[in-house]
Design a protein around this ligand. Structure first.
Ligand code: ZN
Length: 143
């Protein structure tokens, strides 16, 4: 394993052990559940929007390190941004995880790029983003 791989592994383990934006939101505009039956990962995503921005978001869930760390990394990247930014990031991440060219810097999320080579785990990394896509589609237009 190269030093770079180890660094990326550290990012994933760190977010798995100390997930950011973890817990239920008392007041949310959308609560969306997602399940990845092939691994048993479960996720509930909470989104709150204000003035076109995702003012708060969080998750609770159970599952493998990849699914839970991805949720933590994802929320860190979308909270405070616009819903359009979140949708664009989701599309870009899903290209990254399929091993396709993304054409932009995804920051800490690139720690997950190696999963493209692990087909059995791709659904784990994609679960939080699919759940986000569904949550964004249900977010009221005015918020
Ligand atoms: Zn999993």
């Amino acid at each position: 394993m190269s030093l770079l791989d180890e660094l990326y592994q550290d990012v994933i383990l760190d977010h798995y052990r100390k997930p950011r934006h973890h817990g239920e939101l008392a007041v949310a505009d959308v609560v969306q559940e997602g399940i990845n039956p092939s691994c048993g990962d479960e996720l509930t995503l909470y989104l709150k929007a204000e003035g076109g921005r995702l003012s708060a978001a969080s998750f609770v869930g159970e599952g493998c390190a990849i699914s839970q760390a991805t949720a933590s990394l994802m929320l860190g990247a979308i909270v405070g941004g616009t819903r359009e930014d979140a949708a664009a990031l989701s599309a870009a991440f899903q290209r990254l995880i399929r091993g396709e060219d993304v054409g932009r810097d995804l920051g800490d999320l690139e720690a997950l790029a190696g999963i493209a080579k692990l087909p059995a785990r791709v659904k784990c990394a994609v679960l939080p983003w699919k759940t986000l896509d569904e949550a964004l589609a249900r977010l009221p237009e005015a918020s």
